[in-house]
Design a protein around this ligand. Structure first.
Ligand code: ATP
Length: 337
């Protein structure tokens, strides 16, 4: 339904996005996740036909967003970061206006507007002037204007920014209810938004897509992934040696009480360890047996799964670390010369 290939955009000498490629299947919700300045809004605006790309192509429902921008605009609903609302219009008046410019036939307008109002739970505010609405209701009007012509594809740029926690839940539920019958892209820098709402995620960083997969697959692929937190009685250094030799164990590290998910205060001769297991392995039983078999007291052991936050941090910070290491190496070479 949405197909993006090798899309790049430069603003003067600033490269906003580089070689962005991804697809969104019909009925899917794709989370376009990235930190501030990653290139999310630039990509959303190109997809919505509001900004020309420097190179590459984007197609929605088979139409090129640049060559057929009018046809594309009729087939998408777009909620920009700041919804384009007319504050002096009533909710219903505004939706009539949008339905007309989106090409909804006069005979269909009343039905489609009522459907959008009901879908966005705006019945009570139908005749209220937009200026008088709270931020949460305005956002719902923003979503209503994006769906009023019943487009197959919906593009939402940071749809929950500035909302309070209750409004955020309402807007997320509304977005989820649109999936299936619509294909949706949500751009966000908020991780929970993606794991709660989206079936797939594309992570963008520094203008490049660094991963595209389901949240679960991304977490499974994470090398520094799932494992166990263990509280032992005995010497940490010795326990680490024992655990390093257990099959399925990737590495072992000592952690402080603060690093434990649930912690009690440590007594003398007690330690907390984190064991990271190799992807696809479950060495829990062998870890417990190895510790007890070598005379350690096993006070607590719990499984800890990688979170999307871990994936996100790994994917969006790795390049920086490499850069820094290169910089350090170059600096050292410079010093030696
Ligand atoms: N009109 C512009 N002129 C010059 N540079 C721009 C322009 N718009 C965006 N940029 C730059 O392009 C890059 C990507 O910006 P973009 O707004 O797409 O990121 P974003 O992921 O949406 O960020 P945010 O979450 O902060 O909105 C940034 O470095 C930004 O400074």
């Amino acid at each position: 339904m949405i197909s993006v290939e090798h899309l790049s955009k430069t603003y003067g000498s600033t490269s906003a996005i580089t070689d962005v490629t991804f697809d969104v299947e019909p009925g899917e919700i794709l989370g376009f996740l990235g930190p501030n300045g990653a290139g999310k809004t630039t990509t959303m605006r190109i997809l919505a036909g509001y900004l020309p790309a420097t190179s590459g192509t984007a197609r929605i429902a088979g139409f090129d967003v640049h060559d057929n921008s009018l046809l594309v605009r009729q087939r998408i609903g777009y909620l920009p970061e700041t919804p384009p609302l007319y504050p002096e219009m009533t909710v219903e008046g505004f939706l009539y206006f949008v339905a007309r410019i989106k090409g909804v036939s006069a005979g269909d307008r009343a039905t489609k507007i009522t459907a959008a109002i009901e879908r966005c739970n705006l019945q009570e505010k139908r005749h209220v002037i937009i200026r008088k609405l709270s931020k949460g209701y305005r956002q719902r009007v923003g979503i209503a204007q994006a769906i009023v012509h019943d487009p197959p594809a919906i593009i939402l740029d940071e749809p929950t920014v500035g909302l309070d926690p209750r409004q955020i839940i309402e807007v997320r539920n509304l977005i989820k209810s649109l999936a299936g019958s619509h294909t949706i892209i949500i751009s966000t820098h908020i991780l929970p938004e993606v794991s709660m709402t989206c079936s797939r995620v594309a992570i963008i960083n520094g203008g490049k897509v660094v991963a595209t997969d389901t949240p679960d697959n991304l977490m499974n692929q994470l090398t520094k992934g799932s494992g166990y937190e263990i509280e032992i009685e005995g010497e940490a250094a010795l326990a680490k040696q024992v655990l390093q030799n257990v099959a399925g164990v990737n590495f072992v590290e000592s952690i402080s009480a603060v690093g434990m998910h649930s912690h009690t205060s440590l007594k003398e001769n007690q330690a907390y360890l984190r064991v990271i297991s190799q992807p696809g392995t479950e060495p829990g039983k062998d870890i417990a047996a190895a510790l007890i078999g070598t005379g350690f007291g096993l006070l607590e052991m719990r499984r800890v799964n990688a979170t999307l936050e871990d994936v996100f941090l790994q994917l969006t910070t790795e390049e920086k670390i490499l850069e820094t290491e290169t910089e350090i190496a170059e600096a050292k070479e410079g010093e030696a010369a």
